[in-house]
Design a protein around this ligand. Structure first.
Ligand SMILES: [Zn+2]
Length: 102
């Protein structure tokens, strides 16, 4: 979504996933706005929940979709890493053997 910064008056695009997570926070923590971070001046820009609702009317479904995608991605990532690990026949060199004294 496009947001106009209230501090430096520049436009910037807010990441959709971050905005959806923000919507989730709004609904769960009873907040009435979302704080976007301006790309130009790095300051927090308030976006009202009305504006958020208008931009993401189906945010709940989209949020669920996003979480599913994230879970799927992690699953694939874990699978890939396992495959990579199994493919590697090289013996592991253990360089990091440092004993910690407490
Ligand atoms: Zn700004």
């Amino acid at each position: 979504m496009q947001i106009k910064c209230s501090h430096c008056n520049k436009m910037f695009a807010e990441n959709r996933d971050a905005a959806l997570a923000g919507m989730f926070a709004i609904h769960n923590d009873g907040q009435n706005h979302y704080d976007a971070t301006c790309l130009h001046c790095q300051r927090a820009v308030r976006v009202s929940d009305e504006r958020m609702n208008e931009t993401y009317p189906n945010w709940e479904a989209e949020y669920e979709e996003m979480m599913k995608r994230a879970a799927e991605f992690e699953k694939n990532q874990a699978k890939l890493e396992k495959e990579m690990a199994e493919r590697k026949v090289k013996p592991k060199k253990e360089k990091k053997k440092r004993k910690r004294n407490r």
